[in-house]
Write a protein that binds this ligand. Structure first.
Ligand SMILES: [Zn+2]
Length: 107
């Protein structure tokens, strides 16, 4: 990465989120936003969207995205995890590389 990381610019650059008219964003808003949404394969995703990427279907519920503290076995980049409920009787943790298409679940 070149230069300093600017979270505000990073979010504005995201093609999936429309921030028009949201110039009043406070640093708290940004912090809160960054806690639950992450960039995966160049796109900003919500926990629900991340679970959907791995599962193939939208979950009933998804928790916050977290760092998995392990490198991707395919490309060595950062892996993130999200816990979600694909059905009322099941809770699954999914792992997804932020840079490539690698993913796995703890099923
Ligand atoms: Zn990878």
């Amino acid at each position: 990465m070149i230069g300093q990381y600017d979270p505000v610019q990073s979010i504005r650059n995201s093609t999936r989120i429309d921030f028009e008219g949201h110039d009043g964003l406070t640093s708290f808003d940004i912090m809160h936003y960054r806690m639950s949404n992450r960039v995966v394969e160049g796109r900003m995703v919500t926990p629900e969207r991340l679970a959907e990427l791995v599962e193939g279907e939208r979950p009933l519920e998804a928790e916050s995205i977290e760092d998995a503290d392990r490198p991707c076995p395919e490309c060595g980049e950062n892996v993130i995890s999200v816990g979600y409920m694909p059905s009322v009787t099941e809770f699954v943790t999914a792992y997804k590389c932020q840079e490539c298409s690698w993913s796995e679940t703890d099923r």
